[in-house]
Design a protein around this ligand. Structure first.
Ligand code: B4P
Length: 196
């Protein structure tokens, strides 16, 4: 089993790169953002709760997201590997994730951190807002999401740095070039894993 976490601020290209990674490496894509948006579209109780946080640019409470991930792992025990996109987003989520994975005899093999300057992030999300139809893609909410990221999500990278799992990739430039750097990193880690 091979498991990748793709990590970075809002608009860093996690979703964009994830689509290409899962196709190349035959991984199961788990995007907590997509899962939450699907709950909102269906107006489930979970979706209604999540919407009140997401519309303000805030993170959805940990227990809601951890519950969703737990269900994904529970119902996909035969998976060859996962790509987690947008999860974990807090240290509490990372700790719960480590415990859940241990119970399933699995682990995170690599955390890809996408590095992008703040002004480029805002530009990308406002550009996406022209077509995304997402309530949270507007200037005020984007700034709030970036504050949340610095406060609650950035420490997750340190959590994985201590476990020696982080690889940082420049997330600016052509989408294909970013993907080439990610692929190179994954290939090295996969090779090292297979050799042991
Ligand atoms: P997400 O759905 O995870 O989305 P995101 O952070 O906004 O974007 P992403 O980084 O995937 O950007 P994308 O590839 O689309 O989160 C949304 C919300 O859900 C959160 O704010 C939170 O409320 C909630 N949530 C999700 N997970 C949670 C969790 N675990 N805990 C609590 N709450 C959670 O790229 C953005 C744009 O840039 C696109 O238009 C793309 O085309 C463009 N782009 C990408 N790469 C580019 C490049 N190299 N050059 C130029 N443009 C590029």
């Amino acid at each position: 089993m091979f498991n990748v976490v793709i990590f970075g601020p809002p608009g860093s290209g996690k979703g964009t790169q994830s689509k290409m990674i899962v196709e190349k490496y035959d991984l199961q894509h788990v995007s907590t953002g997509d899962l939450l948006r699907s709950e909102i579209a269906r107006q489930t109780p979970l979706g209604k709760t999540a919407q009140t946080f997401m519309d303000k640019g805030h993170l959805v409470p940990d227990e809601v997201v951890i519950g969703m991930i737990s269900t994904v792992l529970e119902t996909n025990k035969e998976s060859k590997g996962f790509l987690f996109d947008g999860f974990p987003r807090t240290v509490a989520q990372a700790e719960a994730f480590e415990k859940l994975f241990k119970l399933n005899n699995a682990e995170v093999d690599v955390v890809i951190v996408l590095n992008v300057e703040q002004e480029e992030l805002v530009k990308r999300i406002l550009n996406r807002s022209l077509t995304s139809g997402r309530e949270d893609d507007n200037e005020e909410t984007v700034r709030e999401r970036l504050v949340e990221y610095q406060k609650k999500t950035a420490p997750v990278a340190d959590f994985y740095r201590h476990l020696n799992k982080v690889k940082t990739i420049k997330g600016e430039g052509e989408i294909q070039d970013v993907f080439a750097s990610i692929s190179q990193t994954i290939d090295i880690i996969k090779k090292a894993k297979n050799e042991h």
